[in-house]
Every structure is written in C-alpha cells, then in structure tokens.
Design a binder for this molecule. Sequence first.
Ligand code: PMT
Length: 354
Amino acid sequence: MLSDIPSETPPENLAALAEDHYFAANPPPKDLAKHVALAREFINHHSAAGRRLVLVTSGGTTVPLEKQTVRFIDNFSAGTRGATSAEYFLEAGYAVLFLHATDCFLDFLREGPNGSVVARDEDAAKMLHVLRKYRDARDRNMLLLLPFVSISDYLHELRSVAQLMRPLGPRGLLYLAAAVSDFFVPPDRMSEHKIQSTNAVEAFKKGGNTAPPPANEEETFDNFDSSPAVPRSKSLVIDLDPVPKFLKNLVEGWSPQGMIVSFKLETDPAILVHKARYSLDRYQHHLVIGNLFAELQLTVALKIHPEVFVSPGSPDRWIRVPFRNSGGESSAPADTEKDEPVDPKSLPDGEPEV
Ligand code: PMT
C-alpha cells in the first residue's frame, strides 16, 4: 500500500518507493517473460540495424473489480489513434512495437456461408487494407504486437519495454496513446470471487437457509409477498486508490534518453492546454499532445482531428489531422501552425481547412 511509505521519506525517493510498492503488490501478467523475450530480440535486431524504433501504446486499460474478474471499469479508447499512428510510423520507416489493448473485432465481422466468419461488407475494404499492411510489416519484422488487458498488465509491460529501449537513446521513441486509468482497486482489497448483488449468499453460508424471511425481515427482500423470496439488491460502493503517476519514473529512470510523447485527454476545453503544459512542466519530457473528448466524437463526421501540441520552449500549436478514408489512404497530417484552438464545428464536412 502506498500509505505504508513513511511520511519522512525525502521527495526524491518517493517515486522510486511508489514504484517498488506498486510492482511488488500488483502481480505481472502471465505472459510478461515471453513478451520481454520477444521485445528484447526485436529491439536488439533494429538497434543493430541503426533503425529508429517506436513504442506505441494504444487502447484502454481495464480496472478489475474482482480477482476472478467478471466486472471491470474501463477508460474511453477505441484504439484508433494508436493503430493509425502505428501505420504512419511504419510508413516513415520506424520499427513499431505496438503495446495494445486486446480489442474485440466482433463489430467488424458477420457470419459467412457454411458457418464461416467474414468481414462486414462496409468494413471489408478497410480490413483488407489493414490486414495486408499488418502482414507485410510483420513479415519484414518491422512490427511486434504485445497485448495487455488491465492497468497493472499495461504498467508491467510498459516498464519492461521502456527499460529494454534504454540503449537506443534518442533513436527510441515512446508514444503513449493508451488511455491509462488513474484509479484502481489494490489487490489486498479486491474480492476473490464475483461481487454479489444480494445477501442471498450470506444467508446460504450462515446455514443454507434461503427460505422466505420471517415477517420482521420483509424489508430485506424485493418480493416479500411471493415465493421463492428474492433478496433485495445491494448498492455497490467502490473505493478506488490512485494509480501512481509513472511518467516521472519513465522519464527519469526507465528510458531517460528516449524521446517521450504523452497524450492528454480532457473533456473541458478551458483546461486542456493548462493540463498539457502542467504535465510537460512536471515530467520534463518532449511533447504533450492534447485532445478533447467531444472533438474525438466529432472526428468521424468532420474527418479531422483538431489537437494541440505542447512542447518545451515553443508556443502551443494547434494542428488538424485529416481522418483516413475507408480504404486507408490519407493525406499527410495538415499542420496549420495555428496558435489558437480550432473550432471543429466551423469546418465543412469532408473538407478540412489545411
Ligand atoms: O484510442 P482512441 O479512441 O483513438 O482515443 C485516443 C485517446 C483519447 C485515448 C488518446 O488520444 C489519449 O488522449 N490518450 C491518453 C489518455 C490518458 O491517459 O490521459 P491522462 O491524462 O490520464 O494521462 C496523461 C499521461 O500520463 C498519459 O500519457 C499516461 O501515460 C500518463 N499516466 C497516466 C496515468 C497514470 N497513473 N500514470 C501515468 O503515467
């Protein structure tokens, strides 16, 4: 528990202690050793070739509520930014280590003839394009995919890969587009089994009695006047701890010479630039890209991503990134070098102002 850290600990040691506590208390994903071996080989191979390498993180990090997880909390992320960015990096000649949430492709599939599964007609062209690019990159050993599910899986994987990238120095780019949860349930407070929504099990454990209640206990049951009795549902109060901010550990310890780009997602436009600048000042890395939730929702209609680049010693810069069309082709990102926010509603559909 982070609260176990002695209050007299010097501030410079706090980040390291928080790291030790977190990684000791939260078990690594079962495939970590396998992933580390694959990542090591991939990084060494591209390092020997003098190639630039990027770690792209992508997707949401889940927060399990139970050890045998039935329920979990998730962060907003469809994984679009990470996947699209990985494509751009491959086109630019980078080797890409893609640390991604295990996505569900079911939305893109339909049942085909004789029990087969095929892409839906409206998604087929895009999926074929992505599949070909993926196969090509994989066959050329330019792309390594490492999946994660939960926030602790993600952080274990991120730390291990970032440490492996250390010898790359500034040829290693860490591009942190995953939606990282800020809150979690620590393992010592996590229920082993599925959290029960009624007290029926408590009654069962006490003596196996699930018969209708005596009259004075009616209020604990939903249908006290019928049989069998249905216990009243309980509300669920979840007590979440903060996830330590590991960006500092990443910048100072895990990969101190790597180029580090982080993302900042906000829903309130009034605080976006301030939060992005604050993150940059606090962690002293290279670039924060700020994006607004509402604008992300609008991007499909507007075919454009407006977002702000905040970097040390430079004015804030708003850029507009055209959306890829369904065949996967795209024009280069349109850098409008604006110093002021873009109002996405002012842009005509399909005709981004570039
Ligand atoms: O996948 P899409 O649907 O395309 O959406 C893309 C996106 C909105 C998820 C992406 O563009 C984005 O903004 N990702 C970052 C979201 C996020 O985690 O923001 P944050 O403010 O919680 O964190 C900012 C940075 O701090 C992150 O880069 C993260 O690596 C780091 N962090 C966060 C939490 C934590 N406990 N420790 C951290 O180090």
